[in-house]
Design a protein around this ligand. Structure first.
Ligand SMILES: *Cc1c(COP(=O)(O)O)cnc(C)c1O
Length: 366
């Protein structure tokens, strides 16, 4: 029997390298610290947990297909029109919906060299062609993106800040990118880590979406809100984009528990402030300690650090990963992102942060 005797996936599908999530087990280690998926060490707001309990009372009912309660809560928190918000089962789903809605075979979707891998997966899944552009010093290069645009370009995916580098593009540069794109190209600003950024020249995308027809901003409850398990994402987009994506999405793509938990979480601003403060303190501390150990760290505005290991000798990222894992510290390998000799470290709780630095000092023989 040849493979032609069975159903064939459409072109592009078998070119996808399936997404590999951060590991969560470290066999043999007494205590495990998962620092591989950019999850918050603070967990979700207590108000969100309470809302989850409430929401389990009527699981026989379909959710509100328009997720009105969640959209209204998001709109209120950010000062937006709820009609321009669309919610999803994690922002990953939204990235896929945007690709399905705007890309067909023959079209091109652009993302950057070290950009989030879900973009490539979703461009291929839509049957379109991924176009990867160079970064400069682990930062998005607007000129490289603009130079890669062709008649076939339909979408540009940009994580800002980017994962796994943690670098960001200042608002003036995002505006220059938008201004240089043809009107028919959709610019997707993936702002999964926006809440963590405290820089005056950063803007997640609200202003750009409000003033243009071809920009959307995607957000998530998986990171600072600590609700990754419930899968809640949303986008702020022009009405014509919301109207198109609403036709493509599943009618009940956000479940009732997610709707209630998300609405409660976004109202708890104090919880977000605590998470930001914790992150600022420990990201700074971790960066300094890693540099004292002689490791290069890409300057990050997110809740994670890209840590580079020496190119020569035996102290490679692979060896560090094995050493740390055996001691219960799980970091993320980033070979698939073009960094074969780096690891991504999520800012954890104090005990995890101090422990991972001590373990790395042991690994490096300091
Ligand atoms: C974590 C992350 C997301 C969020 O994914 P969810 O599906 O909402 O959990 C989106 N984009 C980037 C760049 C991320 O790192």
């Amino acid at each position: 029997m040849t493979s032609l005797d069975r159903p064939q996936p459409k072109p592009g599908v078998m070119d996808i390298a399936a997404y590999v999530p951060g590991r969560e087990s470290a066999p043999g280690a007494a205590k495990v610290w998962k620092l591989s998926s950019n999850e918050t060490p603070l967990g979700p707001s207590p108000a969100a947990l309470e809302a989850v309990q409430e929401a389990t009372q009527h699981l026989e009912r379909y959710p509100d297909g328009s997720a009105s309660k969640l959209r209204n809560a998001i709109a209120e928190a950010h000062g937006l029109n709820p009609a321009n918000i669309l919610c999803s089962n994690g922002s990953d789903e939204l990235l896929g919906l945007l690709a399905q809605t705007y890309l067909k075979p023959g079209d091109e979707g652009i993302y950057t060299e070290h950009g989030f891998l879900v973009y490539r997966i979703q461009i291929l899944a839509a049957g379109a062609t991924p176009v990867v552009v160079k970064e400069r010093n682990e930062r998005t290069d607007v000129d490289e993106i603009l130079a890669a645009v062709t008649d076939r370009t339909k979408i540009v995916f940009l994580a800002n800040p980017n994962n796994p580098t943690g670098t960001y593009l200042p608002v003036d540069e995002v505006k220059r990118l938008r201004a240089g794109l043809p009107r028919g190209v959709l610019l997707v600003l993936d702002a999964a880590y926006a809440e963590y950024v405290r820089r005056n020249d950063y803007e997640a995308g609200i202003e750009l979406v409000s003033s243009n027809d071809n920009v959307v901003m995607t957000r998530t409850f998986s990171k600072i809100y600590g609700l990754a398990a419930l899968r809640i994402g949303w986008m702020y987009a022009p009405s014509h984009v919301v109207e198109a994506v609403n036709r493509v999405r599943g009618p009940f793509n956000v479940n009732s528990i997610a709707i209630e938990a998300g609405a409660a979480a976004i109202r708890d601003k104090a919880h977000v402030e605590r998470a930001v403060a914790h992150n600022e303190t420990w990201r700074t501390w971790l960066t300094e300690e890693l540099e004292k150990l002689g490791l290069r760290v890409t300057p990050s505005v997110g809740n994670f650090l890209l840590v580079h290991f020496p190119m020569e000798g035996s102290k490679t990222a692979e060896a560090a990963d094995a050493f740390l894992t055996s001691r219960g510290y799980i970091l993320r390998r980033v070979t698939g992102y073009g960094f074969p000799n780096a690891l991504r470290l999520t800012v954890g709780c104090e005990e995890a942060n101090r422990g991972v630095i001590a373990a790395l000092a042991g690994f490096l023989g300091r």
